[in-house]
Structures are given as structure tokens and as C-alpha cells.
Design a protein around this ligand. Structure first.
Ligand code: ADP
Ligand code: MG
Length: 321
């Protein structure tokens, strides 16, 4: 049975380049960068709540870091460091090997150094803190949207929720559509390059973790503006287009969550810059709505005919059929 220290040494200790001191001491040491502030965020994944018992450890390692990097992306911050607090029911080395592999592969892909953490016995729980850097005046906050701005979404929403609907037996996906949706659910790719490119362009930004309407609502609240969403304008993957259940499709698109795309606002004057950076980054960026001066915090969704759709902000119960 490996000790706590064996586990840390074998699976989570790697040479650091950027940090002054990494895993192994009482604290890690990291240097401040000139002109930058640290953007810091923590996300926790709890077994039975955020992932199933028996979930693939490699994908879990990936997702645990990916959801944190998504927060840095939404702030326009460059990923730098991460710490990992891990509770495990037992020292399962096969699990640890695969988990650390999934996590460290994504860390390498985004130039993130794992510089510390904590390891303890307990119900399986993965808590990661990430640190990124951004010039303070360019951070993409939630409170900068202004009436007249346009609302944009990267990629497409709803696919992770569609995968969940498949796993729950509500629909049947197959072939490429199933593979696409499962990848979106289990191995999301954080929009780091987009977040960096939006510095100085977006007036506000957020990553979509709880669903488009709920998350855009945070921008509306923090900015003190009303947001109008055009349902027909929402980008849809091929898998979602093929979904015959219109109500389920609407749920997934508007309230699905786990998308880890970025929603952001920008002035109409910035439209050419947004469009050209979509081309540069090889991304789809779609105008899905606009910011108005209505009731602060309100998000309204309009269908293709211009009629308002009834949506419960936190749930899916009140969609029109
Ligand atoms: P302390 O008793 O000072 O909290 P620990 O024995 O918990 O130290 O940890 C020893 C070292 O290993 C520390 O540098 C800590 O940051 C690091 N560490 C512990 N667990 C992890 C982990 N899961 N991933 C990365 N680093 C870890
Ligand atoms: Mg400790």
C-alpha cells in the first residue's frame, strides 16, 4: 500500500519550469509577472454528484482541470499554475495512474504547472485551484456589458446535455453524433485561446457551465442590464439538429450546461474584429442576442416568430412545447 507521500511523489510531482518551487515543500513559490494580476479560481468535482461511481479516471482528470481552465478562459487569463486537493477512498494505483495522466496531459497542453495540493482519504472528491495571469484592465469581467452591446456565443451549446439525455435513456444517439456528444460531456476543451483573444474586445464574458440562459443571466445581473436571446440564432451541432424532440433540444440548448463555451458581449463596432478572430482561431462565433436597457438581470428568449418563450431560469419545466 503506497503512503500518502509515495502517491504525491509518483503521480503528482514533476519538475517545474515557471514556478520557483513546486510540489514538496510547505508552499510553492511563484513569481508575480510585471503588469499582471493573478486570476484565481477553484472548482470541485464530487463523486455521485458531478461524476458517476466508476467514471473513467483519465477523463475525470481531464475534466477536473478543464472546468477550471474554462474559468480562466472566461476571465481572459493565461493559465499558469494549478493545485490539486484530492480525497480518495483508497490508494488505487491503477486509478491514480490514469487520473494523473489525464490531468497532466491537459496541463501540458495549456502550459499549466501543478505546484501543490493535498491528498487525503475520504469520499472521492477532486478540487482544483487554477491561477492565471491577466493585465487587470483587460480582465473579462461579468459586469462590463452595456446596453447596445451584442451577445456572442462560441461553438454550440447543448451537446453535453444531449449526451446526458442519452445516458439517462431519454433519447438514443448513435455513431458520430454519440461520439461527439460524449466527448463534449467527458473531455471538454476550455476556450483559452479565445479568452486571450477577447482581451480589449469583449465588454464582459462568462463560461457556460450551468446553461446559456442561467449563465448569461449572471452577466445581466452583474452588469445591471437586460439581455435578449434569439432562440433561432443559437448555433446547433449536427447531433442537436437531428434531435427530433423539440422540447429536449430547447432544454439542452438553453439550459443544458457543461458546455464550457464562452458567452461574451461586445460593442457592434467590434463585430469585424470578432469575426476575424473567429477565422483566425478556426472557431464558430455566433451573435445570439443583444443587451438592452430593460429590467436589470432579466434574460428574455424569443422564438423564430418573435414571440417570447417561457423559461424557468433555473429549470427546464416551463418551456413552451
Ligand atoms: P503539508 O503537511 O505541509 O500540507 P503535505 O504532506 O500535505 O504537506 O504535502 C506535501 C507536498 O505535496 C506539498 O508541497 C503539497 O503541496 C504537495 N501535494 C500534496 N498532495 C498533492 C496533490 N494531490 N497534487 C499535487 N501536490 C500535492
Ligand atoms: Mg497537506
Amino acid at each position: 500500500m503506497p503512503s500518502e507521500f509515495d502517491i504525491i511523489r509518483r503521480y503528482f510531482t514533476r519538475p517545474v519550469k515557471r514556478a520557483l518551487l513546486g510540489v514538496g515543500d510547505d508552499c510553492a513559490l511563484i513569481a508575480a509577472e510585471a503588469g499582471m494580476v493573478f486570476a484565481v479560481s477553484t472548482d470541485m468535482l464530487v463523486e455521485g454528484r458531478h461524476f458517476h461511481v466508476g467514471a473513467d479516471p483519465d477523463k475525470l482528470g481531464h475534466k477536473a482541470l478543464a472546468v477550471n481552465l474554462s474559468d480562466l478562459a472566461a476571465m481572459g487569463a493565461a493559465p499558469r499554475y494549478a493545485t490539486l486537493a484530492l480525497a480518495l477512498p483508497e490508494a488505487d494505483e491503477a486509478w491514480l495512474g490514469r487520473f494523473s495522466q489525464g490531468l497532466l496531459r491537459l496541463a501540458d497542453a495549456f502550459g499549466v504547472e501543478l505546484i501543490g495540493g493535498d491528498t487525503t482519504r475520504g469520499p472521492r472528491n477532486i478540487s482544483i485551484t487554477v491561477m492565471g495571469t491577466v493585465p487587470p484592465e483587460l480582465a473579462l469581467r461579468r459586469d462590463g456589458a452595456r446596453a447596445g452591446d451584442e451577445l456572442w456565443l462560441s461553438g454550440a451549446s447543448g451537446d453535453a446535455a444531449l449526451a446526458l439525455a442519452h445516458l439517462d435513456g431519454r433519447i438514443r444517439l448513435a455513431g458520430a453524433a454519440l461520439a461527439h456528444c460524449l466527448a463534449r460531456l467527458h473531455t471538454p476543451v476550455p476556450c483559452v485561446a479565445l479568452g486571450l483573444a477577447l482581451r480589449g474586445i469583449a465588454t464582459s464574458a462568462i463560461d457556460i457551465s450551468d446553461g446559456v440562459v442561467a449563465d448569461v443571466g449572471h452577466i445581466a445581473e452583474r452588469s445591471g442590464v437586460a439581455i435578449e436571446l434569439r432562440y433561432a440564432a443559437l448555433p446547433r451541432s449536427r447531433a442537436l439538429q437531428a434531435c427530433a424532440d423539440a422540447r429536449l433540444a430547447a432544454e439542452c440548448l438553453l439550459a443544458g450546461g457543461d458546455d464550457y463555451e464562452l458567452a461574451f458581449t461586445a460593442s457592434p463596432d467590434a463585430r469585424p474584429r470578432v469575426e476575424s478572430l473567429a477565422a483566425e482561431l478556426g472557431l464558430t462565433l455566433t451573435r445570439i442576442g443583444s443587451v438592452g436597457a430593460g429590467e436589470p438581470g432579466l434574460v428574455s428568449v424569443y422564438d423564430a416568430s418573435g414571440a417570447p418563450m417561457q423559461i424557468a431560469r433555473k429549470g427546464f419545466d416551463h418551456f413552451g412545447s
